[in-house]
Write a protein that binds this ligand. Structure first.
Ligand code: NAD
Length: 499
């Protein structure tokens, strides 16, 4: 059986006696295994990182950028192979897996501009004979802990800016689909990255705890579920580390009466069911405003949902594939049962879907109507192909629903009314807003991050915040006294005022 190894100091490394299965969710069987390690493997990675980081940080930023250009070209060359590998372990269809790689690569492209992005600020003559300048310096060693659902994009969102700014990095990918992260690290080596700058270690809670506790790791970026995000945020910050931790989501799509419903149905089916709903920017809640909007939308949604094709992840005609594990299939089906028990009207039931010739973990597209805000199944993230319709009486209620929800990752509004959209975007208590855009993931040169229980910490991922997160600002105030400037010979018993 194929065994996925740790990648430390530019080499494949065996460590850890506990094994975790890597499945092929389309076939419902194990295809490989990964060894779960802890402090010993982490120490090896940190030692390698510590030895390599000073020279990497001292390399001029243009040279560092050239490695990113090369890496970008290599990922493009291997795009199909990476997408197929990703798809076979995750279960998302190959075209969607290509998008996963591409959205990560967009951030690598941004990192190619690191010479410009690392330029500091300078003020000549901030006081008599005094100049002030500031520069950004790397934290030293950073770590990233990533979820299963974007095994290419999220690792690249983290290691790209961390490494470009001069840090060494330790990536702990999801144990469910660890092969692509390792492959990306190998390609970074092939692109010319010195050994020890990007290390991949595998593990579960034991490894995560070792990362939180390791005194040489100065910054942690986490993406995953909220309870673990909160745990890592509080544990890391209590030890003086810089931490950003992004959690779960329950994004709402608001449909105003004047929206183009054919467009909405098209956008909504993709955003609710694409990747089997296993996206933090999926749209699992739809909020039509007014009974008439709800009825018209429902009438169009039902046939569109029934026309969706669920298939194995390499079926080029499938809209989406299986969910990630058998256990997750059970969890999603339990939520469907729960929502029905709570009083939701089960309009389309996706449970019990079986595809001929495979034992994969499929859940058909599911639609609920008349879901109420007090339902547990509404309050919690289901992370499956389940769309819940919550009818709102008016615009105010439509603003309130996502604003009052515990999660605040993304939200979308569908309308032809610019004033209403503007008002909604200004008032809604959610981090990322789409106006007639169902999945408003900002482009790589803007920042990405949710609010409330979707994001702990106050610096977003990628864009200018990626640079800020992985660096510290050093501020230098200097003078070269030669007796000619006012104050050169004055005693300074009062706080200098530059006056
Ligand atoms: P998860 O929280 O189970 O796992 C994430 C990471 O934490 C993995 O590397 C895992 O090994 C590690 N981990 C698991 N259990 C742990 C424990 N007890 N202690 C410490 N670490 C532990 O998440 P997942 O199922 O891999 O991913 C899906 C979740 O991620 C969803 O909630 C989704 O909304 C969220 N997500 C959020 C964003 C965002 O940007 N907000 C993006 C993608 C995914």
């Amino acid at each position: 059986m194929r065994s996925v190894k740790h990648y430390i100091n530019g080499k494949a490394v065996d460590a850890g006696s506990r094994k975790h299965p890597i499945y092929n969710p389309s076939e419902g069987r194990q295809q490989a295994e990964v060894a779960l390690a802890g402090r010993d493997a982490l120490d090896q990675a940190v030692d390698a990182a510590k030895a390599a980081q000073p020279a990497w940080a001292a390399m001029n930023p243009q040279k560092r950028a050239r490695i990113f250009y090369k890496f970008k070209a290599l990922v493009e060359e291997h795009h199909q192979e990476l997408a197929e590998l990703l798809s076979s372990e995750h279960g998302k269809v190959v075209d969607d897996a290509k998008g996963d790689v591409q959205r990560g690569l967009d951030v690598i492209e941004f990192c190619c501009g690191i010479p410009h992005l690392m330029k500091g600020e300078f003020t000549l003559g901030a006081g008599p004979g005094i100049d002030v300048f500031s520069m950004r310096q790397p934290l030293g060693i950073g770590a990233g802990i990533t979820p299963f659902n974007f095994p290419a994009m999220i690792p690249m969102w983290m290691f790209g800016p961390a490494i470009a700014t001069g840090n060494a990095f330790i990536l702990k990918p999801s144990e469910k689909d660890p092969s692509v992260p390792v492959r990306l690290a190998e390609l970074m080596t092939e692109a010319g990255l010195p050994d020890g700058i990007l290390n991949v270690v595998h593990g579960d809670k034991e490894m995560v705890d070792a990362i939180i506790e390791h005194e040489d790791i100065k910054g942690i970026s986490f993406v995953g579920s909220s309870a673990i995000a909160e745990y890592i945020y509080s544990g890391g910050t209590a030890r003086g580390k810089r931490v950003q931790a992004f959690g779960g989501a329950k994004n709402h799509g608001i449909v105003l009466p004047d929206a183009d419903l054919d467009q909405v149905v098209n956008d909504l089916t993709g955003a609710a069911f694409g990747s089997a709903g296993e996206r933090c920017m999926a749209l699992p809640v739809v909020v039509p405003v007014g009974e008439d909007t709800a009825e018209r939308l429902r009438e169009k949604l039902i046939p569109a949902i029934k026309n969706l094709r669920v298939g194995v992840s390499n079926d080029p005609d499938a809209h989406y594939g299986p969910v990630v594990t058998e256990q997750h299939k059970q969890t999603v089906e339990n939520w469907i049962a729960k929502c029905a028990e709570e009083g939701g009207e089960l309009v389309v039931d996706g449970r019990g879907l079986e595809l001929q010739g495979t034992d994969g973990w499929f859940v058909g597209p599911t639609l609920f109507d008349h879901v109420k805000p007090h339902f547990e199944s509404y309050k919690e993230e289901i992370f499956g192909p389940v769309l819940q319709m919550v009818r709102a009486d008016n615009f105010e209620e439509a603003v309130r629903l996502p604003s009052d929800h515990q999660y605040g990752n993304g939200v979308a509004i569908f309308t032809r009314n610019g004033h209403a959209a503007r008002e909604f975007a200004a008032r809604v208590n959610v981090g990322m807003v789409g106006v007639n855009v169902p999945i408003p993931v900002p482009v790589s040169y803007h920042t990405f991050g949710g609010w409330k229980r979707s994001g702990f910490g106050d610096i977003d991922q990628h864009g200018p915040d990626g640079i800020r997160f992985w660096t510290k600002a050093k501020k230098v105030t200097q003078r070269w006294p030669d007796g000619s400037a006012q104050g050169d010979h004055e005693n300074a018993f009062v706080i200098p005022t530059m006056g």
